[in-house]
Design a protein around this ligand. Sequence first.
Ligand SMILES: [Zn+2]
Length: 273
Amino acid sequence: MAEMTFVMLGSGAVRDNPVRGGPAQMLRMGDEVLMFDCGRSAGTNLARAGVGCEEVDRLFLTHLHFDHIVDVPYLVFVGWVKVRNRRLKIYGPEGTRDFVERIIRPPFEQDISSRLSHGKDIQPLDPEVIEVEGNHGVLEREDYRISAVFTDHGNIPTLAYRVDAGDRRVVITGDGTPDDDFPAFCKGADLLAIECSGTPEFLETQPWGAWHITPADIADIARKAEVKRVMIKHLVIEDITGDRSSPYQMAEQIRGGYDGEVLVAEDGLVVEI
Ligand SMILES: [Zn+2]
């Protein structure tokens, strides 16, 4: 498999930031398109990256906070309307099956029956859901494999995913604080795309602050794991303080404890792996 291209689709988080979509990233693996999380504007940002909703083969959800999943029905319905060739597979923690079953058919009953009455085939609508149960392999393919570990986040099951293809490795986190084994999980990664919601001073002021990792801990992980490149995302702080320079200050804090490259995510940022 020659091509492995990472695209940051949505670098933002919960709030309606006009220049940062909700959490979403894409990984093109040869002729397969993988997507990780599907937050606000993910479908539009996918199109900006030149990929149609119907072309996504597998969607990996990190957790079921709404900011990471709110565009799932959009992805599914546009894929259905444009007619996908391969059934969409959705992976995620416990609760994903229930979420997908409830968000696709019941609220859109009128839409679905209206399209069926015009002769539309129901077949490519429903995704196949695979719930990820523990810290182990998620998917084994001929030329790549995906594994996942849990992080501690907001009392809901939350996953970080790792993609290995030959000697190339990408780690994409959801939210939260990983355990002490996480550097080993990330060992030697070409890219670690990791949430960085705020500085410790900022997180202390937020009721949900303890749900998130700090820049110093990101530096620790990146240094111990000897990852080649870190990209910070889920940049909540700027939405609340209004200070658009804060992600760059957090990147500087990470550089204080880690010698590799640190990128601040932007929607549409591409990294060839
Ligand atoms: Zn979350």
